[in-house]
Design a protein around this ligand. Sequence first.
Ligand code: AHR
Length: 542
Amino acid sequence: MLARREFLRTSLLATGAAVCSKPQMLVAASASDSRIEILLDEPLGVISPNIYGHFTEHLGGVIYDGIWVGENSSVPNVNGIRKRLVDELRKIKAPVVRYPGGCFADSYDWRDGVGPADKRPRRTNFWGGTEPNHFGTNEFMQFCSLAGAQPYLAANLRSLPAEEFYRWVEYCNSPAGSTTLADLRAASGSAEPFHVRFWGVGNESWGCGGNFTPQEYAVEYRRFVTWLPHYGKGQDLFLVASGPYSEDSSWTRGFFEELLRKGPDQLNSVDGLSVHHYAWNLSRGRTTDWDKGKGNSLEFEPVDWYELLREGQRMEEIIGNHWRALGEYDPQHRIKLVVDEWGPWYRPGSEATPGNQLEQIPTLRDAVFSAMTMDIFNRHQEKVAMANCAQLINCLNSLYLAHEDKFCVTPVGLVFGMYAAHQGGQSLRTVISAPPARYDRDGKTAAFWGLQGSASLRGKDLVLTVVNPHVSEPRETAIDLKGARVASASATTLSSTDIHAHNTFAEPAALVPQSEPLTLNGPAFTYVFPPASVTRLSLSLA
Ligand code: AHR
């Protein structure tokens, strides 16, 4: 890796080329070994803000301690909800939050979490321990409303009858005073309906959600969604069928084949197909064992950095493959993909708060991984209607870590902040070429792509996000805006000379993005992307 001083020198020199208007800027551009062309006249479609969604489950420290601290806590809170968390979620424009699981969802009775808090039953949590049910539907809705996000609920298909799905919809959405459940909702402080639009019909129904075959699940799905309460125009539900894990398109095909045995109209009962993909196997092909294949979140070598990114890069093919499979049954592509769980998954041992199940401390590696994944979603915005990073706080690829009065934003949270600028923008076709990053993989040279990213335009605001995955080499890049003139520009970069850089409760600002204004006098310029970095260029077009 470059020494910090050497890296700064290289970076500043090339940034100098980017900011000055002298002829050598063009010379520098043609000398670059990498190119980015942003095709402003080739819009691909609007990037749904929901691609930047989140996931919260009754698991470890996610709900209790993470979100819910209780009304009587000394931790600043709004009606029991951690105030700092909702403030942060507002900053990153959190669009949607999935709840209550995960695997927890298919063992959860929503009735346990409503009504007077002191009368709620204690239950055995799917993940072990006792679930106190202090946090339930009303509390979650309040959390979403404080955060400015829409709720996305996962219904229990494994262990509750279809009637309970129907009743949960009724509890959430029936108009004030119209039903007994609306009255129960009002008694808990919410007379007005929650208007929950997004509903998952089970979770991982091939595994913890029922261990079904795709055909068996399709039969259950038909039964669960055959009739659900509707409460007027503009209040249609968006129903998400439990989909495959990673590449398993036999699930996608099996599900739709069985669903459609009752006729083509059945297609109208599905709006989204969920896809889950975790990057966990860092064994370099040695094992497929779920426990043995995992790596450590904080201690890793450059080879592990690249292997994690390779596992994450599979997302692009996964999206393409399921989209093709979907197209065999829904050629118009009305049904979209909902990637409602994604992120790296490491072995236990690096919890910020000992005892917090599945908690890991994200590093710069996870920020680069997350940026790369969000760029993939941006590039495939016509396919992906929603995505939910697993999970929001105190868990896997978390944006935040919190314990009692301690709180920090992780590198993943910082990247979400940088990428929020893409929400609602027109995704633009962007052609990127760069020499691959090469690394030693058990004595053989392996290659990973050298530069990737995505661009979007909203009005005159052009946003380009770029990942340089190379652990030690900067990428001097010629950027071509195809004739567009820039009125003002700035760069925001998240990087470090230490690929393990991360934030902790003791050092919450060890890693923060750096921003600087850029002066560009033409539609073509060079920019140097530092090693191991995520960069956002914000360009205001003239
Ligand atoms: O995110 C943790 C778990 O991973 C979820 O509960 C489950 O859906 C998945 O297997």
